[in-house]
Design a protein around this ligand. Structure first.
Ligand code: GDP
Ligand code: GDP
Length: 448
């Protein structure tokens, strides 16, 4: 997975930190963005709410590179101005490492500004407050009133003349993380968390026994009594792995038909605590409704996935023929998952599980730099533009990987994308960057 996690040239960061600029229309956001990037690239119009073509800009201050995103103009579904700006702030905090909140000091605090503050506070993201349009000493006092927003020190600036922008940018750099926050899927250095799932009788406990040995290496017992171990620590390939909710497997609670609901609940809860699922399917039998429901649970959980076809000793040529067809038809939604064929009873091919788990976890935690993602998106659109819909052609303006575990992408567009086009983007992302063993989430943010 090295090429896609490699840092951008000349930078030690995995990606450059992102600063989102938020504020009401006409407070001077674009003018300030121009000031920050030192170019007259962003369009400034006197009309409020003018839409712009570009949204992200590379900036550099005191030798540190960061990306500025102008969030003006997105309107998910909100109605009034306050709702629109709050929604915009929500988008901003979802993708940014820090927020620059711009207020017009000559106007003072409005209800809309207060609404934005609520969103920003809740997010816990660092916020720098710019009191704009402080063009001279005389108006500086007006900036002080903005202390009442409760966001700390307001930085008086004049986006138009440049006054005070140096101090504000110093504060921005202080707010941006040196290395952007990673979503850490597991406690650092702790064991990887695995859930073995599958319907009854597919061979889960046989697999667990083969992996752990009949003797449990360590019992990680949450309740303090050793009667009913919940998780087990197992040493495999020189590393310790934590198997989640093995009690459910060891106790062999054979689910009577009416209890399938509880079995699903147990699966869902185990998934919640795990990083990667090992889905065991009985290869000797047709893939069932129940298998499909479990696959659905895994997909919804956003966890990494490895698929094990067990009881391979019982799979003859004829069964194999049908199994491959069922696999292509029924498991089309999870074709990205590494697949292994095993015989848990004898231990045949069990050594293939660890490399498969490693691959799936690596895919799950892959981070694409903002630069690499946008050059990829540029190529993708050039090769295959979105079809024209109602005389308009939605365009992708900017993308960023908002999260890992699982990889989650936010795409800023000039209109809604067809579901088919979203699938195309996912397919191309996988071709380009791998993402073995992990679901991918794509969040489209159309501009109105
Ligand atoms: P946006 O809608 O928040 O992006 O605001 P703009 O950057 O388009 O600016 C709105 C208007 O305010 C424009 O007419 C700008 O020239 C003006 N403006 C922006 N910054 C300043 C400033 O620092 N001082 C003054 N006096 N006017 C400004
Ligand atoms: P669980 O309910 O998913 O935990 O399944 P078990 O591990 O209890 O296995 C159910 C039955 O399948 C038992 O009779 C096992 O001996 C049998 N079994 C498990 N793995 C294999 C295998 O690889 N080959 C064969 N032939 N039988 C297996």
């Amino acid at each position: 997975m090295t090429e896609q996690t490699e840092p951008d040239e000349g930078s030690n960061d995995i990606r450059t930190p992102i600063l989102a600029v938020v504020g009401r229309p006409n407070v001077g956001k674009s003018t300030l963005v121009n000031r920050i990037i030192g170019r007259r690239e962003a369009v400034v119009e006197d009309k409020p709410g003018v839409t712009r073509d570009r949204v992200s800009y590379d900036a550099n201050w005191n030798g540190r590179a960061f990306t500025v995103v102008d969030t003006g103009g997105w309107d998910p579904d909100a109605e009034g101005l306050a709702e629109r700006i709050s929604a915009q702030a929500e988008v901003a905090v979802g993708l940014a490492d820090a927020v620059l909140f711009v207020v017009d000091a000559t106007v003072g605090i409005t209800d809309t500004d207060e609404a934005v503050v609520k969103v920003l506070r809740k997010s816990g993201r660092p916020v720098v407050l710019a009191a704009n349009k402080v063009d001279d000493q005389r108006t500086e006092a007006e900036a002080f009133a903005l202390w009442n927003l409760g966001l700390g020190e307001p930085f008086p600036v004049s986006a138009l003349h440049g006054r005070g922008s140096g101090d504000m940018l110093d504060a921005v750099l202080a707010a941006l993380p040196e290395t952007p926050e990673e979503t850490i899927g597991h406690e650092l250095g702790g064991p990887r968390r695995i859930a073995i799932i599958g319907r009854p009788n597919v061979g889960k406990s046989s697999l667990l026994n083969k992996l752990a040995g009949e003797e449990r290496v360590v019992v990680d017992d949450a309740s303090g009594t050793t009667v009913d171990p919940v998780d087990e620590l197992v040493e495999l390939g020189g590393r310790t792995w934590k198997f989640i909710d093995t009690a459910g497997i060891r106790k062999r609670v054979k689910t009577a038909s009416g209890h399938e609901y509880y079995a699903s609940l147990r699966t869902a809860t185990a998934m919640e605590r795990a990083e990667v699922a090992v889905l065991v399917i009985d290869g000797s039998q047709s893939i069932s409704e129940q298998d499909m429901r479990i696959i659905q649970t895994v997909r919804e959980s956003g966890r990494a996935l490895v698929i094990c076809f067990n009881k391979w000793d019982l799979v003859d040529d004829e069964r194999r023929y049908y199994l491959e067809r069922e696999y292509e038809r029924e498991l089309v939604q999870v074709q990205w998952a590494p697949r292994i064929n095993i015989t848990a009873r004898t231990g045949w091919h069990i050594d293939r599980l660890i490399p498969a788990l490693d691959a799936a976890l690596a895919g799950w935690e892959t981070r694409i730099t903002t630069g690499a993602l946008n050059s990829f998106l540029g190529r993708l659109v050039a090769e295959h533009p979105h079809p024209v819909r109602g005389g308009k052609q939605p365009r992708i303006l900017f993308g960023t990987q908002a999260q890992t575990s699982p990889p989650t992408f936010a795409l800023f567009t000039s209109g809604k994308l067809d579901a088919g086009y979203e699938r195309y983007i996912e397919r191309r992302l996988r071709e380009e960057f791998g993402f073995v063993g992990t679901p991918i989430e794509i969040q489209v943010r159309p501009r109105e």
